[in-house]
Design a protein around this ligand. Structure first.
Ligand SMILES: *Cc1c(COP(=O)(O)O)cnc(C)c1O
Length: 446
């Protein structure tokens, strides 16, 4: 067995971490060495307990090591953990499909399994592109995305994303796309009486009315653009967008990898607009945040276009597509939603978060506190900075992170945006603890 120092030493010698400036990491970072996890908490090998404020990159939806999920995993290991998924099928996949689709909405008829959010989006992009080819409309092949959007990391996902910093290294590998203004972030010079999201929709409508013949699909993160900095916008924008897409024959892809599984208050976020998407991607919470497993769901209309000949087939899949262990844990996750009435208990937790945010908003450097369901965030404006944009470029987010870590909470920021992606199983008293840590950390940061 390795001790903590040995683990860190070997890690720094051999391991290349995701989204990490490795030189800085090797020279300056004392990583959390997670030994075990339970519910809302991660435990370092040195005994320190941390609140998992970001939900382990937004995956932890029912808390870590939930007993229902763990026993489903153990039970599955007694029979079969993996097999291929073409010309074969199994009970965990059948259960997962039958259990999940009715919760998503009446139009969803088919499920395609994959491995993570990126592969789920990859499948969605390919489905949308090939759908138009299969129905004889080859010219409809462009994708539309929102400024700041994040849809994952394969090249297709990066191409339909709007986060510029992740793109610069990729150059020509990124395919052509149309970027629309984010309904969650007003242009710097925006003034006017109408809400910004209406203006943003008008820009979308003007552009798509001109270009719809070339457009296969628009992809959006419904209600909350996560990686963009937890930018939030109202369901009305989605309702207008759905109507526009229907009129102009554009497919609507809702990427619910982050917003799905109850976080915004309903099982899927986009249904709050009273609409249904043509294609929906699910990951992160899909497997209770415990295993790499994901799915893309769609309607009968899309599926039917892939029937009839070999050329129309979706020639796509992965080694672990439909993985039985992943399906079993996905089923167990839905079971926890039912057993613990997670959606029903959400409003009291959302209220506790709202109260915490209100407390923090009293601080001069906390700006724009915002919330959708149990997703919440605020932006740090360094009060010593003369202007807001200078404040935004400060490292306040990371200084806050360091202070919160000292006090037992992991709150990795998005720039100067501090956010909370808590499991739906979090308790009201754990939320209060977290906001206590935030308050003390704010005092110490500036
Ligand atoms: C995280 C995320 C993805 C990518 O998922 P991975 O599992 O990291 O590949 C895609 N879309 C959205 C909206 C996400 O939040």
């Amino acid at each position: 067995m390795m001790n903590r120092t040995q683990i860190v030493e070997i890690d720094k010698k051999y391991i290349w971490h995701p989204y990490t400036e490795m030189q800085n990491y090797i020279e300056n970072t004392n990583p959390v060495v997670v030994e075990r996890a339970e519910g809302f908490y991660l435990y370092d090998k040195d005994g320190t307990r941390y609140m998992d404020g970001n939900g382990s990159w937004w995956t932890s939806i029912v808390g870590h090591n939930h007993p229902t999920l763990m026993s489903a995993i153990v039970e599955r290991t007694q029979t079969m953990v993996n097999c291929s998924f073409a010309g074969t099928t199994h009970e965990p996949a059948a259960q997962c499909a039958a259990n999940l689709l009715p919760r998503c909405g009446p139009s969803f008829a088919k499920i395609f399994f994959s491995d993570d959010g990126s592969t789920a989006v990859e499948v969605a992009v390919r489905m949308a592109y090939q759908y138009w080819k299969n129905v004889g409309r080859n010219e409809k092949k462009r994708f539309v995305t929102l400024s700041g959007a994040f849809h994952g990391e394969t090249l297709a996902c990066a191409s339909v994303s709007g986060v510029e910093v992740f793109h610069t290294a990729l150059g020509d590998l990124i395919f052509d796309r149309i970027v629309l203004p984010s309904p969650g972030q007003p242009d710097a010079d925006f003034t006017g009486d109408t809400p910004w999201y209406e203006r943003a929709f008008q820009v979308a409508a003007d552009l798509l009315e001109r270009k719809h013949d070339e457009v296969a699909a628009i992809i959006v993160e419904p209600l909350v653009q996560g990686a963009a900095g937890m930018l939030m916008y109202p369901p009305k924008y989605l309702a207008s967008l759905r109507a526009l897409c229907s009129t102009l024959d554009i497919l609507l892809i809702c990427d619910e990898v982050f917003t799905g599984y109850g976080r915004t208050g309903s099982f899927l976020a986009h249904t709050q607009a009273g609409i249904e998407a043509d294609i929906v991607t699910l990951a992160k919470g899909f497997s209770g945040g415990e295993l790499p497993m994901a799915a893309t769901i769609t309607t009968q209309r899309i599926f039917d276009a892939f029937l009839g000949s070999a050329e129309k087939t979706l020639w796509y899949g992965h080694s672990f597509t439909g993985n039985p262990l992943g399906c079993a844990v996905a089923n167990a996750t839905l079971q926890v939603f039912d057993d613990e009435k997670l959606l029903e208990s959400l409003p009291s937790k959302a209220a506790a978060i709202a109260a915490g945010l209100e407390r923090l908003s009293a601080h001069p450097w906390v700006n724009d506190a915002r919330q959708t369901g149990i997703i919440s965030a605020f932006t740090l404006i360094d009060p010593r900075s003369q202007n807001k944009s200078g404040g935004y470029l400060s490292d306040a987010g990371w200084r806050f992170y360091a202070e919160a870590r000292k006090r037992g909470a992991l709150l990795r920021p998005l720039g100067n945006v501090v956010y909370f992606a808590l499991p739906l199983t979090v308790t009201v008293s754990q939320i209060a603890d977290l906001f206590d840590v935030c308050e003390a950390s704010l005092q110490a940061t500036f």
